[in-house]
Write a protein that binds this ligand. Structure first.
Ligand code: MN
Length: 198
């Protein structure tokens, strides 16, 4: 699962001559020391948050309609989408009308993560955790911190996962973080700012 072949679907869905999104070959996709995560707020046909984790040189991706929560009681639906190239982690901009995913994209949060998945007290590597449908990670982002679990509960055509905050010191049942912190973590812009520019 580490070969570039996992980006075929990403490539097929896009025309890189007319979308500002990076092609799989564009620079900026070199792995750093610690794996990164990014959450892109994407105002497509329906607003959603794309949750992406660097695994084996690509960004494994889920679309989360309601976005992440800091409340451990919230179960946020996460639908897997195609792998994205690492260079996509910095992408902000407007995908033109008529293109796949047309609409505004901002980097809502980004940072590094640690895989803390365990099974019977033993660490589970990311590729196995993904395959088995249970991942626990610790995020060090601008906005999100601490543990999150991603758990698959439905396989097949409509494969579905849940994104749930771990009950740790960064959990906060009161605040609505996606509502209270709408700005890009890298540029300070909002989706509305991009709508005005386009
Ligand atoms: Mn999206």
């Amino acid at each position: 699962m580490s070969d570039a072949g996992t980006l075929d679907e990403y490539r097929e869905k896009r025309d890189f001559n007319s979308t500002p999104e990076p092609s799989p070959e564009s620079p900026g996709g070199q792995p750093k020391e610690e794996p990164i995560f990014v959450i892109q707020k994407h105002s497509a046909t329906r607003l959603h948050y794309d949750f992406r984790l660097e695994v084996d040189g690509v960004l494994k991706s889920w679309a989360v309609p309601k976005g992440p929560s800091t409340n451990p009681r919230d179960k946020r639906l996460a639908a897997p989408t195609e792998d994205h190239p690492l260079s996509y982690a910095n992408f902000e901009g407007v995908i033109p009308k008529g293109h796949y995913g047309a609409g505004q994209v901002i980097v809502w949060d980004t940072g590094t993560y640690r895989n803390v998945t365990e099974h019977d007290g033993k660490p589970v590597p990311m590729d196995r955790a993904l395959r088995e449908g249970h991942i626990t990670i610790c995020l060090d982002g601008h906005k999100l911190k601490g543990g999150y679990a991603l758990t698959r509960f439905k396989t097949g055509e409509d494969e579905s996962w849940l994104l749930i905050k771990t009950a740790d010191q960064w959990a906060d049942a009161q605040s609505d973080i996606v509502r209270n912190q709408p700005k890009s973590a890298i540029s300070g812009r909002t989706i509305e700012d991009l709508s005005k520019e386009s």
